[in-house]
Design a protein around this ligand. Structure first.
Ligand SMILES: Nc1ncnc2c1ncn2[C@@H]1O[C@H](COP(=O)(O)OP(=O)(O)O)[C@@H](O)[C@H]1O
Ligand SMILES: [Mg+2]
Length: 234
């Protein structure tokens, strides 16, 4: 579904992605694991088209998309839930969800809203309240729900559990597993490596802008390199 090859990206003269190659097959959950500053968010932003690239290619569903503007990538099915939640605080929960579906022309918007509410019942209870009044965990649910309203084929999730209590982390990860079961393909960025690998099929380890290694999720969970460097985190 997604094939990234030798991707480069820079901030000014500082190269941050130094030739990243990875792929995601339809139906997979793939974890991208790396320390702070290794380039995970930059890669997600490059995929959704808000971060320019300086080399390499991104192929999605058989076509190059790396020159396409962001909104066209969304229409093709790449939806990004960015790091740091970014809900629209002065709008209601329901209006935030509607913003997630504004590019859609199909008739399933109502049904998908009900699915989001079934996944996160607290959002339904609070649907008429302002997003800015929600707790951090509820805002994260809303950010994920809004991304789902875009009817993603490929969902890019950047640190969905950042700053949440263990109970909420479990709920968010459970929701991600449910999305996979519903057929959404997911590229998941997480500092909490063990939690991410528990629900992933495969994983890539990124170190200062390069993929250091990759493997099946269960192999990575017992890999000493991963254990030493990443499984203490989160
Ligand atoms: N807007 C920016 N301007 C300049 N440098 C940036 C900017 N955003 C990130 N960086 C740098 O790029 C590197 C990768 O950052 P980022 O992709 O956010 O990493 P991660 O998400 O893995 O923590 C870091 O060294 C960071 O300081
Ligand atoms: Mg980041």
């Amino acid at each position: 579904m997604l094939d990234i090859s030798d991707l480069h990206s820079a901030y000014g003269r500082i190269e941050v992605l130094k030739g990243v190659s990875l792929h995601v097959a339809a139906g997979e959950v793939v974890a991208l694991i790396g320390s702070n500053g290794s380039g995970k968010t930059t890669l997600m932003r490059a995929l959704s088209g808000v971060q320019p690239i300086t080399g390499g290619s991104i192929v999605f569903l058989g076509e190059r998309i790396d020159r396409l503007p962001s909104h066209v990538r969304v229409r093709r099915g790449i939806v990004h839930s960015p790091e740091g939640r970014h809900v629209f605080a002065p709008l209601s929960v329901e209006d935030n969800l509607s913003l997630g579906s504004y590019l859609r022309r199909d008739g399933d918007v109502e049904k998908d809203r009900e699915r989001v509410y079934a996944m996160f019942p607290v959002l339904q209870e609070k649907r008429h309240l302002l997003a800015g009044g929600l707790s951090g965990g509820q805002q994260q649910m809303l950010a994920i729900g809004r991304a789902l309203m875009g009817k993603p084929k490929l969902l890019l999730l950047d640190e969905p559990s950042l700053g949440l209590s263990p109970r909420l982390v479990d709920q968010i990860l459970g929701a991600i597993a449910a999305m996979k079961d519903a057929g959404v393909t997911i590229l998941l960025v997480e500092q909490n490596a063990s939690a991410a690998l528990e629900i992933s099929d495969r994983g890539y380890i990124i170190e200062t802008g390069r993929i250091a290694f990759s493997d099946g999720a269960s192999a990575l969970l017992s890999d000493p390199r991963v254990k030493n460097a990443y499984l203490g985190l989160g």
